[in-house]
Design a protein around this ligand. Sequence first.
Ligand code: ATP
Length: 475
Amino acid sequence: MRTSEIAKRYLDYFAAHDHLVVPSASLISPNPTTLFTIAGMVPFIPYLMGEQTAPHPRMASNQKCVRTLDIDEVGKTTRHGTFFQMLGNFSFGDYFKEEAIHYAYELLTTPQDKGGYGFDPEKLWMTTFTDDEEARSLWKNEGVDPEHIQIMGMEDNFWTTGGPGPGGPCSEIYVDRGPEFGVEGGPIADENRYIEIWDLVFENYEVDNVKSKTDLHIVGELENKNIDTGAGLERLAYLMQGKNNIYETDEVYPVIEAAERLSGHKYGENEAFDVKFRVVADHVRSALMIMSDGVRPSNTGRGYVLRRLLRRTVKAMRALGVQEAVMPTLFPTSKAAMEASYPELNKTFHDVSEAAYGEEDAFLRTLEAGTEIFDMAVSKAKESGKDTVSGADAFKLHDTYGFPIELTLEMAEEQGVKVDENKFRELMAEQKSRARADALKKRHNVDLSVYDDFKKTLAKPIDFLGYTDFSARAT
Ligand code: ATP
C-alpha cells in the first residue's frame, strides 16, 4: 500500500467517525519558540488549551513535521526522519480514552480489504502509564494479550506542555518486527525490534510545578478532557510495505535510486555507504518540503537548518564519490515522489529548485577553495598528536577561503578531531578591532584638498558690506 493510500485510509476512517479532516498546516511553526512544526498537535494547541473553540469537537489531519533533534539518528535507526508526516485524531472535550483506544485498535487490525491496515494483533504491543489501570483494561477489552501491555513511568508515558496547564498519561502502540531484529520482551526491552507507531495522549489533568516530569503536581481533573494522538506515517508505511526502514518507502526511496545512479554504488553494498544514501534521501526531501513552505538558506534560524541539510547532502554524496552538483538530479526526483501527496509542490518548484541549485553551487565553490587546506590542517593536528585543528588554521580557512567556522567544526567532527574555537574567536576579535582601527584612521586621513582650495579663495579678506550693500550677499 502506497504511503498516500495509508494516509487516506486514516483520514477516511476518522471522517467516517465524525471527525472534521483539515489539511496540513505549514512547516513554519506558528509557535515563536520552535522553528518548525514538530508534531500533529501544534496547529491545534489553541483548541487543546481551551483558548479558542474548535470548528468541530473532533478533528483529524496529516501534518508535515520537521524534527532536527533527531538529525543524528537519521540513516542510523530505521525510524527517524528530519521530515515526516504525523497522522492525528483529536477530541476537544468530546470523546475520551475508551473511543481513542477503540478507534486506534480497530483501524490497525481491520483487514486491508475492509479498509484497515491489517496488522496482526499478535504483533501489536502497548505501553501504558503506571497509574493508568483504566487504559490497560480498555486494551484488554479490545482483545490485546495482557502480556503485550507494558507499564512505563512519568518520564516516558506522561505528557505535559512543559509548564502549568493540561497534562495526562499516554499509551504508545508498537509493532514487533520479529526475532531477527532484536531481543524479546516488548518495547521496554528493545525499541529497535519493537517500533513505536502511534502515541495516544489522554489529557485529563491540570498540572503545575512541572520542574521535571518526575516531580510534577496534579492539581485536579480537567473539566474538558482532550484526546491528542500522533501516528508516524512513514513508520506505518515501512512496516506495511515490508521494507527495512522509513527511507525505503515509496516517497523516499526514489532519491536513493537516483543517488545510486549518480555515484555508481549500490544501496545495500556496504553499511557505511547505506547510511550516506539514507541521509541523502532524508535530507533532500526535508529541504524540498521546507523550501516549499517558503524558507531559503541563510545563516540564522530556519534558513540555517535548511543550509545544513543541503550541505550535509552534498557532503554525503562526496563521501559516495560524487564531486559534481547533485541537486539538479535529486530535487526533481524527490518532488516527483512527493507530488501525489502534495500537488502544490509544483507551484513553487521552479523557484525552490533554482534556490537549491544556487546554494549547492556556492557551497561547492567554498569546498573547492578550502578542502585541501582543511585536510592539511587536520593532518597537521593529527601528526602533532593533539587532535585539534589550531585556531590559526580555522581562522585562515574562514578569512582566506570563506569556510564558515560551523563548516570547519562539522568537518572536523567527521574526522574525529576538535577545533581550537577559543583561539579562533580571539583571532576573529583581533581582526575586528584591527578593521575598526583602520576605518577610524581612514576617517582621520580624508582628502582635505577641497578645504584647502576653499581656504585659498578666502585668503583675500572680505570687506563687510552687509548693512549698506545688499548685492554683496548675492556674490
Ligand atoms: P521515538 O521515541 O521513536 O523517537 P517519539 O516518542 O519522539 O518517537 P512522538 O513524539 O510520540 O514520538 O510522535 C508520535 C509519532 O510520530 C511516533 O509514534 C512516531 O510514529 C512518529 N515519529 C516521531 N518522531 C519521528 C521521526 N523523527 N521520524 C518519523 N516518525 C516519527
